[in-house]
Write a protein that binds this ligand. Structure first.
Ligand code: NDP
Length: 247
């Protein structure tokens, strides 16, 4: 059976580690052409080489998703090199959790810039191509924390609720263009995400919890592949998944 992934040009932000990297490897195995975006160029270049060695097509493009011009360059480069843009996985994100009374304003702003504006920049960059093609899929990474607020997650959750809201709005508005939208909401997955929590007590509590219940980033890769693999008249709008052991 055709997997509906083979030969699709899939742009992935946040591909330098964790779930983005796992998705890139898995989709390439299934025949996708993957375009890898992140700030750590050394990481995505190495990943692109690894993938190319398996016989699949991969390209690394350094990008800071908070900068619209850089995101446009990522998408334009993909289109120039491979002729089209089938899927964007807006997955880059940061999670410097902290209770609001600690007033870490700079971290609040970073989360808004990366987790919300970064996703909007990805949408802005692909829409001209997808509208013209009259096909495409925009997959945005939200979170279980985009459904529920935890102690210390107020601002992070706000950004992930926003991702769900803007993706649902997009879904309704893109009908004339045959563009699918998918929200993916992971629970606790073992990645580098907790490394940037600046508050030691909050970081330790989260490391303890994710260390205990967290699952592999391959879980996310399989979910993304499932959403892409559906026939073009089937749009998987949202998937929530979490470790079986997570509350
Ligand atoms: P990682 O920290 O491993 O990956 C985060 C990725 O985002 C990295 O590739 C990083 O690349 C990229 N990134 C961060 N800031 C920017 C930026 N300004 N421009 C471009 N890329 C950026 O964590 P995860 O794999 O866990 O996170 C992926 C997504 O999943 C995030 O949106 C996160 O919020 C979400 N999520 C994670 C969960 C988990 O339990 N792990 C649960 C629910 C959602 P680089 O630093 O090289 O730029």
């Amino acid at each position: 059976m055709e997997n509906n992934i083979k030969d699709k040009v899939v742009i992935i932000t946040g591909a330098s580690s964790g779930m983005g990297e796992a998705a890139a490897r898995h989709l390439a195995e299934l025949g996708a052409v993957v375009v890898l975006g992140a700030r750590r160029a050394d990481r995505i270049e190495k990943l692109a080489k690894d993938i190319q060695q398996t016989g699949a097509k991969a390209l690394a493009v350094e990008v800071d998703v908070t900068d619209l011009q850089q995101v446009k360059n990522l998408v334009d480069t993909a289109a120039r090199q491979f002729g089209r843009v089938d899927v964007i996985l807006n997955n880059a994100g940061v999670m410097p959790l902290s209770p609001m009374d600690r007033v870490n304003v700079e971290e609040w702003n970073t989360m808004i810039d990366v987790n919300i504006k970064g996703v909007l920049n990805g949408i802005a960059a692909v829409l001209p191509y997808m509208k013209e093609q009259k096909s495409g899929q925009i997959i945005n990474t939200s979170s279980v924390a985009g459904h529920k607020v935890f102690y210390g997650s107020a601002v992070y959750s706000a950004t992930k609720y926003a991702v769900r809201a803007l993706t649902e709005g997009l879904r309704m508005e893109l009908k004339p263009y045959n563009i699918r939208t998918t929200i993916v909401c992971p629970g606790a997955v073992k990645t580098e995400l907790l490394e940037h929590i600046s508050e030691a007590d909050i970081q330790q509590a989260n490391k303890d919890y994710v260390g205990e219940v967290g699952i592999s980033a391959d879980s996310f890769a399989r979910v993304v592949a499932f959403a892409i693999s559906q026939p073009s008249d089937v749009d998987i709008n949202e998937i929530i998944f979490r470790p079986t052991a997570q509350e």
